[in-house]
Design a protein around this ligand. Structure first.
Ligand SMILES: NC(=O)c1ccc[n+]([C@@H]2O[C@H](COP(=O)([O-])OP(=O)(O)OC[C@H]3O[C@@H](n4cnc5c(N)ncnc54)[C@H](OP(=O)(O)O)[C@@H]3O)[C@@H](O)[C@H]2O)c1
Length: 203
């Protein structure tokens, strides 16, 4: 095997742990270290070095790609423009309405520092976005709707936990049966985000 891609992880929540497990399955990647604002964390593999996030900049020459696994609500808007100055980055920013402004900010920093940043990687945005592009290409007169759930939303759960005073919280996304029925009937209705889903928060 030729040289491996040296990967780092910043932010060790659900995504950080998932990224660690996924890297383990890639024969051409090695996980160099995990960085967290909480300092040392219990990594799935205890042999993976775990360091405070302030140590990350000392790894500029030791890490090829930094996976930014912080939350979209408040972490990534600060962390990505900061770390895109020193690393090639991949993140899963999923506040859909704010992706254009996020893209502009990250693009500016990455270009200025000669780095590559891939934003909004995941299932949605991510794999679902690719599905939408393909469907719209073959059905140009169609109308695109996305219904999520029933299921737990990681992004919205993260946002709930960022509300001051909240100790723990989760958000379940429940698609509106009535809205789905109208779409299935081919009515092509205009639906706002809140028309399409109910968002149940447990705090
Ligand atoms: N594009 C997509 O399809 C997609 C899909 C799923 C999620 N996402 C995005 O991914 C983001 C992260 O999701 P997640 O489920 O990994 O969120 P999470 O578990 O809440 O983790 C977010 C951050 O919170 C901190 N954290 C985690 N556990 C903690 C604890 N016990 N105490 C204090 N801080 C803790 C970690 O940062 P530190 O280690 O620095 O403390 C972590 O990076 C979401 O905000 C969402 O926007 C995108």
């Amino acid at each position: 095997m030729q040289e491996k891609i040296r990967v780092g992880i910043i932010g060790y929540g659900n995504l950080g742990r998932g990224a660690e497990a996924a890297i383990k399955q890639q024969p051409d990647m090695e996980l160099v270290a995990v960085f967290s604002r909480r300092g040392k964390v219990d990594t799935l593999d205890p042999n993976v070095p775990s360091l405070h996030v302030d140590e990350a900049e000392n790894y500029r020459d030791k890490i090829d790609v930094m996976l930014l696994c912080g939350g979209s609500a408040t972490d990534l808007p600060e962390q990505t423009p900061h770390f895109a100055q020193m690393f090639n980055t991949v993140d899963s920013f999923d506040t859909h309405a704010k992706i254009p402004e996020y893209f502009a900010k990250v693009d500016e920093v990455a270009k200025k520092h000669g780095k590559l940043s891939i934003i909004s990687v995941g299932w949605d945005p991510g794999l679902f976005s690719i599905n939408r592009v393909m469907s719209e290409a073959v059905l140009p007169d169609g109308k695109t709707y996305t219904f999520w759930g029933k299921g737990l939303s990681q992004g919205h759960s993260d946002a709930v936990r960022r509300v001051e005073g909240v100790k723990n919280g989760v958000q379940y996304t429940i698609p509106s049966e009535a809205a789905m029925e109208r779409v299935r009937k081919g009515e092509n209705p205009e639906l706002s985000t809140s028309d399409k889903h109910k968002r149940e928060c447990y705090v």
